[in-house]
Design a binder for this molecule. Structure first.
Ligand SMILES: [Zn+2]
Ligand SMILES: [Zn+2]
Length: 313
């Protein structure tokens, strides 16, 4: 089921639309671990068969995964990351990093990370390629880019509200980090904060989101300590929503999605938003590095310590 939404052009939203939802995020994380076969995705994500085939189909349709015949038998299909899909590694690393830093480790995600290059435990860190400085919400400025404006986008409805009871919801993953970084609506609601939109009606208008979905996501974001409410009108009581420190710390993850979408999902007019790194004044060019030795991280040189594992990463 799809409907058209008219929203302000925003690359974070384009990226979240292409990825989909928390199931797709878990599939993506597994793909970076080298998982390629349907049954392995199923065992490792816990996704129901129908949900898994639906999300795999979506990721293939959006150019993130590609289907190839498994080498052992022509009938069996394997799913591999495309070049476009591989570009999402930074966002996956930063989601993991955020989860570890804020103790929101999911059963599916790593409890710790190590860099094979230097052999140390580390947290992935986003820095400016020009000056090497840290990238955070406060070290960057946003300006309307050449592609700024309004666009109509087709949104495929993946699931209804987060309330339990729906067929999809009974077995959905319960991890906080995936809820925060892999849920399309949640990601979009968070990203409104980078553009200074704090009131319910304004957020609703910016995203063209159903009020019940927005209410639900705001409640979850406040419960998770990502948003805080600030009273701005007494009667009736009305609240603004602001990022907490924990919420602001999601910015590098959102920026990784924005930069990925500017590269892979751009329209001819160019990026809707231009981001400048304040320290050097240059257009943002970001890389994710090891906090120990500052070398760039790749899927081949990052090792995970899984939740419950006793060996130190
Ligand atoms: Zn810089
Ligand atoms: Zn290192």
């Amino acid at each position: 089921m799809a409907r058209t939404r008219k929203i302000i052009k925003n690359s974070v939203h384009r990226a979240l639309n292409a990825i989909g939802d928390r199931w797709s995020q878990l599939i993506l994380e597994e793909a970076f671990r080298g998982t390629t076969r349907f049954e392995d995705f199923r065992a490792r994500t816990g996704a129901p068969r129908n949900t898994l085939s639906n999300r795999l189909r979506g990721l293939v349709a959006n150019g993130i995964l590609e289907r190839r015949a498994h080498r052992e038998g022509a009938a069996r299909q394997a799913y591999h990351l495309t070049e476009m899909g591989k570009g999402l590694f930074d966002s996956v690393l930063l989601a993991w990093s955020w989860g570890i830093r804020w103790d929101e480790v999911s059963p599916h995600g790593p409890a710790g990370l190590a860099h094979a290059g230097c052999g140390r435990s580390m947290l992935p860190q986003m820095v400016c390629e020009h000056c090497g400085g840290d990238i955070s919400l406060h070290s960057c400025s946003h300006h309307p880019g050449p592609g700024a404006g309004v666009e109509e986008i087709q949104v495929t409805r993946l699931h209804r509200r987060r309330q339990p009871g729906g067929a999809d919801e009974t077995v959905r993953p319960t991890s906080d980090v995936v809820d925060m970084t892999g849920d399309r609506w949640t990601g979009m609601v968070i990203s409104t904060q980078y553009f200074g939109v704090h009131r319910f009606d304004d957020i609703q208008a910016m995203l063209d989101i159903a009020t019940n979905i927005l209410t639900d996501r705001l409640r979850a974001l406040v419960a998770n300590g990502v948003f805080e409410r600030r009273l701005y009108e007494l009667s009736p009581p009305r609240y603004e929503y602001w990022l907490t420190r924990k919420g602001k710390d999601l910015y590098p993850h959102a920026l990784a999605l924005l930069l990925w979408a500017d590269r892979w999902l751009a329209d001819a007019s160019g990026p809707p938003v231009e981001v400048t790194h304040n320290a050097c004044g240059k257009p943002i060019l970001a890389q994710v590095i090891c906090s120990g030795c500052r070398a760039p991280l790749t899927p081949d040189n990052v090792a995970e310590r899984r939740p419950g594992a006793r060996t130190k990463a």
